[in-house]
Each structure stands twice: as structure tokens, then as C-alpha cells.
Design a protein around this ligand. Structure first.
Ligand code: GSH
Length: 315
């Protein structure tokens, strides 16, 4: 991680721990918003107006949080508006690394972008990161906010087909996000990176409790979590589902059931994958290699061959 703008020690997966040995994720530090007219958003400073070709998204394809933003970019038709760079799937001793020096900035490691934006920054150099090419700085590194910017920050540059955060569903979306994030999206990480049996088991049962609940919710025949419309709640759930059998079931010891054992959730995953542009945001090879390269959890670095995947996901 970075301390006062310097990279210190080798990369370690475990961030902070709570008193029970539970995994605690760092809060994101850059919180500015792109808006149609450049006015300030709900947090941070203004000065980031929507413009074609000005902003660049840095992602890792193993990362569920980064994948949220990639999905939002495709669903909102922003593929030509926001350019993208993908880092290598394996974390190096200095964290995320580019295969070739980054085309936009020339850097080799993600942490160099953080220190360009703030030379005395302390913290982890995470993806996703939304970069302003014009000002040479970070707009935002919080995926939940970047996803919302994709939905409404780009005004007429975006495709209005999907409103991922419609006014009449906001309360329900927020309520669902607030339950799915701790129990499932971050729940699998809490299970995988727990350092005590009790913290692991607590997270484990929350993961499967939420799976059971969602299987029942979708069991009434609705297409998406909140009915017929796809919303950001679906995007946020999908990124965890699509990694589940490949990474979390084995590496994170979330092995009571596979996603494939939940037929309704599996159909739901396939429905989202079939939407235009979605399959391109999922890279099973990066996901497997990335997660299984975490030495603390898999010292030999051996990447499993299985599991067999549904046709929608098989390469
Ligand atoms: N709050 C952030 C979390 C992002 C995050 O934790 N990304 C992970 C990858 S999945 C990361 O970059 N980790 C690198 C590190 O912790 O050093 C978000 O949702 O945008």
C-alpha cells in the first residue's frame, strides 16, 4: 500500500481486521462526480463536465467492483465516450500492474496514478479508477458512485434505454443494495479473508442466507430484482454471481452450494449475460487466474481446471 506517497511492503490481500478477525474494506478516497454541466455532485468538487473522450476507466477484470462500472458503461452506450485500460489479472508485489506501460499516462503500476493525483496519499491503490485525461487526475475511485455517474452524469452522450437508478425505485434499490453488499458482495470476501473460524462461519451463513432469499424473490417469475426493469441492483448482484462457482466456492470456502445449484438465480445470471455487451465484461480466465494468484490463500498458485461452466460462460 501507499504511505505518504511511497509504496511500502509487498502487496497483501488482507486490509484491516475487526476485533473478531473479520475483513474490513478500505473506504474510497476520491469522490468527485462527472455531471452534464460540470457542477459538483453529491460529494467532492466540481469541474468534471461530461465530454466525449476526456475520461478513462482503469479496471481489473477479476474485480467485481470494477466490473460494475464496465457493465454500466456498456449498458449506457458509453463505449465510445469513456476509454478503458485493463490491468494484469495477477497482483504483483506492487499491486495492480499494466502489461505494457499505460498508453494514457505511461505508468507501470496503478499506485503511480494515485500518487500523480495526490503525491502524499496513504492507502491502497484500488480499481476501478476513473481518470480525467485533461486534468491528469483521479475523478473517483468508488465503484458505486462511478456506476451512478455512468447512469446520469453523461447527459445526452448516454443511451437512455436503461435507467439504472430510476426515481421511483431509488428507495427499494438502496434498501436492497444495503442488504446484498454486506451479506453477499462483500460477504464472500469476509468468508475468504477471515482470520478466525467464527468470522468465517458468520460470513458463510450470511452468503447462503442471502442466496436463499434471492432465489425465492426471483421465484415469482420477475425478470430482474425489482420487476421488469434492469437496475443497478442487478448489476451489483450479477458481478458476484458470475464469480461464484469459479472463485468464491473454492478459494473463499463458500462451498455449501454452487450457484449452479440455484436454478432461478442461474437463469437470472444467463438473462443478464444475454443483454448486449454484457458477455464482453466477463473474463473467466482473468477471474480464475487473478483470484487463485492470491498467495495468502493459495500458496502454490495452482489454478483449478474446473468447474464446468454453463454454455453462456464457457469460452
Ligand atoms: N470501494 C471500492 C473497492 C474496490 C476494491 O476493493 N478493489 C480491489 C479489487 S477487487 C482492489 O483494487 N484491491 C487492491 C488492493 O486492495 O490493494 C470500490 O467499490 O470501488
Amino acid at each position: 500500500m501507499l504511505i505518504n506517497g511511497k509504496w511500502v511492503a509487498d502487496w497483501q490481500p488482507v486490509q484491516a481486521k475487526d476485533e473478531k478477525g473479520g475483513f474490513v474494506r478500505q473506504t474510497s478516497s476520491f469522490r468527485n462526480w462527472i455531471t452534464p454541466d460540470g457542477s459538483a455532485g453529491p460529494t467532492g468538487d466540481g469541474g468534471f463536465p461530461a465530454e466525449k473522450g476526456r475520461y478513462h476507466l482503469y479496471v481489473a477484470l477479476i474485480c467485481p467492483w470494477a466490473s460494475r462500472t464496465l457493465m454500466g458503461r456498456m449498458l449506457k452506450g458509453l463505449g465510445d465516450v469513456i476509454s478503458v485500460s485493463v490491468v494484469e489479472p495477477e497482483l504483483s508485489a506492487q499491486g495492480w500492474r499494466f502489461k505494457e506501460p499505460d498508453e494514457i499516462t505511461g505508468v507501470t503500476y496503478m499506485h503511480e496514478l494515485y500518487t500523480r493525483a495526490d503525491p502524499t496519499i496513504s492507502g491502497r491503490a484500488t480499481v476501478p479508477l476513473l481518470w480525467d485525461k485533461q486534468r491528469g487526475t483521479i475523478v473517483n475511485n468508488e465503484s458505486a458512485e462511478i456506476l451512478r455517474m455512468m447512469n446520469s452524469g453523461f447527459g445526452d452522450l448516454a443511451d437512455p434505454t436503461h435507467d439504472l437508478y430510476p426515481a421511483d425505485l431509488r428507495e427499494e434499490i438502496d434498501a436492497l443494495n444495503a442488504r446484498i453488499y454486506p451479506s453477499l458482495n462483500n460477504g464472500v470476501y469476509r468468508a475468504g479473508f477471515a482470520t478466525t473460524q467464527i468470522a468465517y462461519e458468520e460470513a458463510f451463513y450470511q452468503v447462503f442466507g442471502m442466496f436463499d432469499e434471492l432465489e425465492a424473490l426471483l421465484g415469482d417469475g420477475r425478470r430482474f430484482l425489482l420487476g421488469e426493469r434492469l437496475t443497478e441492483a442487478d448489476i451489483r448482484l450479477f458481478v458476484t454471481l458470475v464469480r461464484f462457482d469459479v472463485a468464491y466456492h473454492g478459494l473463499f470456502k463458500c462451498n455449501l452450494r454452487r450457484l449452479a445449484d440455484y436454478s432461478t438465480l442461474s437463469d437470472y445470471q444467463a438473462r443478464i449475460l444475454a443483454l448486449p455487451g454484457m458477455r464482453e465484461t466477463v473474463d473467466i480466465d482473468h477471474i480464475k487466474r487473478g483470484y487463485y494468484s492470491v498467495k495468502a490463500l493459495n500458496p502454490t498458485g495452482i489454478v483449478p481446471v474446473g468447474p464446468a461452466l454453463p454454455a453462456t460462460l464457457a469460452a
